[in-house]
Design a protein around this ligand. Sequence first.
Ligand SMILES: C[S@@+](CC[C@H](N)C(=O)[O-])C[C@H]1O[C@@H](n2cnc3c(N)ncnc32)[C@H](O)[C@@H]1O
Length: 363
Amino acid sequence: MCNACIPLLNDAKPVEPFADQLMNMLNQGALSLMVSIGHRTGLFDSMAELKETTVQKITNHAGLEKRYVKEWLAAMVVGGIVYYRPDKKTYQLPQSHADLLTRTASPDNIAVYLQYISILGQVEDRIVNCFRQGGGVDYEHFLGFHAVMAEDSSQTVVSALEENIIPLVNQLEPDLERGISVLDVGCGRGRALSYLAKRYPNSKFTGFDLSAEALADAHQYAQQRGLSNVTFIERDLTSFNQQAEENQFEWVTAFDAIHDQVEPQNVLNGIYKTLKPGGTFLMQDIRASSNLENNLKHPIAPFLYTISTMHCMTVSLAQDGAGLGTMWGEELAMEMLGKAGFAKIEVNQLEHDFQNNFYVMSK
Ligand SMILES: C[S@@+](CC[C@H](N)C(=O)[O-])C[C@H]1O[C@@H](n2cnc3c(N)ncnc32)[C@H](O)[C@@H]1O
């Protein structure tokens, strides 16, 4: 046994609290699925509107099946999410909970993120297989991933673009007003680009992504809003270092899109190449350390290492990639950005997004 392990063993909790922890996981894990269902079916939104009410009224308002709604409400009540009055058989979503669970609460709607638990559950069999045989699980098996990612992005990126993210780059706002070329790598459903395209009609916006499904949605979304200054292009960025056109863009962004790439170093090198001299790269990526021992107190590290194993790392390994994983961390990120050619890198943290760093650097 290594000496460094001893303090950890001495700190080990007695068995009984650990049993409680496991029971708690069972309950909270199950509730995650029910919260996801409550979001997707609009039940939280209905309950927030109806205040204290009956199963029948909730069922009618949400347009759902009463038997399922009743069972879901029971889970919500015993889980402490919904209040119940046995004498009147009424249910109420308290305002303080509605403020974290409804669409009108966005960008603070935490139910959006709980959907990831169900998405990961879909691929468990395939992941177990990877533990035995290596390899990875391709993006195509994560049904509904791009839809949830777009909701996530609308909350963590789009809602903060104007007030928090754009001001991180010196002079960016007037440049966008005047008209510049912007690239978003790994744009997914392109919600950030569409927002920017509408807000800054003199600038031109391009999104690259591998997923035809995500891009079709991005295109339709932009078209429905009559945006003619944004283009979404299907492009595999694996060899972006070789394929990137030189000196094309004044601003390049990557929102949560570097660590799950097949060859992230190639993508970063390509970004450097495609930036115009003086242009800026802004990378939003997970705020954590590359060293496990520094992440022991990270508030959502268990979730992040899990999403890494069951999504971010595996989608890269599925294509024989680097498999960096979600928790590649700040130290490795800085090293790789440096290797790409960036000399001075600012690491910013924004109040609305405790989960990410915003790295800003110029060519
Ligand atoms: C975690 S998602 C982020 C999407 C988007 N930036 C957002 O914030 O909503 C990562 C994106 O990278 C894309 N991606 C993964 N591998 C890629 C590759 N080799 N080439 C291009 N895009 C890729 C995925 O399709 C996905 O849309």
